[in-house]
Ligand binder design. Structure first.
Ligand code: SAM
Length: 280
């Protein structure tokens, strides 16, 4: 396990993923009934941008920093995300970035719960520290793929499973499909959000075909590319698959994706995609 999210925190892919995450959580909050978020590949929870790994790559300049410097940041639909980022920076300029578990936790109400799972021992330790004494959050050092069997369905019977693997080893697309099928068979009513890179475009197309053939009824595809397809494979964009998306999500994304794509674009090939792989 070589992947450390600290090199990539706050990049354009994080921005898109975390905005989708916040819109799903805001939907879950429309009802008083408690829900649970299970984050199967949670990372370390909080990242310093101005020193260390993130400073070395500087990826966040093309992500969260770029977004905050555009008028798009004032869009009402983005406020839960923007506020979560502001919450870890206080009144200071952007210096720290919250990972998915911190963003989720910022938005939870007192009745809601978070299960944050991380396998890398160092990141799991940092994650446990980031949530020490927080009785609403359970941090577990575990293989996130196992949690799709062990922790589903949650006792709240409402909620979201975020599956955000590192894509550092071959077979991650296949693991995503298998993991989703296993999880969905245990908890068909849950919302599932899966992140994937747009880099190996043939691999992405195969992944989409496998999802279409999976028999899962409601599968939404969201993609945002910041540039046209590169000659050599590189991260041109990223995508999310949302199973059982909130009915509000498509209309919200029709507003968010065009402006977000413009805000994060690196060249005129930047584009987004929002459509159904199955259902609707
Ligand atoms: N979800 C985080 C966020 O949005 O802030 C980023 C997660 S990062 C893309 C993927 C994480 O998965 C890394 O921290 C890595 O150590 C962890 N990881 C890798 N294999 C794992 C596994 N089998 N189970 C759980 N975590 C794993």
């Amino acid at each position: 396990m070589n992947y450390r999210h600290s090199f990539h925190a706050g990049n354009f892919a994080d921005v898109m993923k975390h905005i989708v995450l916040t819109r799903i959580i805001e939907y879950l909050k429309l009802k008083d009934k408690a829900f649970r978020v299970i984050d199967t590949h949670a990372g370390s929870g909080i990242y310093l941008l101005t020193e260390g790994d993130a400073a070395r790559t500087g990826e966040w300049h093309g992500g969260i920093e770029k977004l905050l410097n555009t008028p798009v940041a004032a869009n009402d639909l983005l406020q839960p995300y923007i506020h979560a980022v502001q919450a870890v920076n206080g009144s200071e300029a952007l210096k720290t970035y919250p990972g998915s578990p911190k963003i989720t936790r910022y938005l939870l109400r007192k009745q809601d719960r978070l299960t944050a799972i991380e396998l890398h021992p160092k990141d799991a330790k940092l994650l446990a520290k980031a949530f020490a004494d927080d009785f609403q959050t359970r941090v577990i050092e575990l293989d996130g793929w196992l949690s799709l069997g062990a922790h589903l369905p949650p006792k709240e019977k409402r909620g979201l499973v975020l599956i955000d693997p590192p894509f550092e080893e071959p077979g991650e697309f296949e693991r995503l499909v298998e993991g989703l099928q296993k999880a969905h068979s245990r908890w068909p009513g849950g919302i599932y959000a899966l992140w994937y890179p747009v880099k190996d475009r043939k691999g992405v197309a195969k992944f989409h075909s496998a999802l279409a053939e999976s028999g899962i009824a409601k599968v939404l595809r969201i993609e945002l590319c910041i540039r046209g397809a590169s000659d050599e494979p590189q991260l041109d964009g990223s995508g999310m698959i949302v199973v059982n998306p909130p009915f509000t999500l498509v209309e919200e994304l029709k507003v968010i994706l065009p402006v977000l794509t413009d805000a994060l674009a690196e060249d005129s090939g930047a584009a987004f995609r929002l459509d159904w792989i199955a259902g609707e």
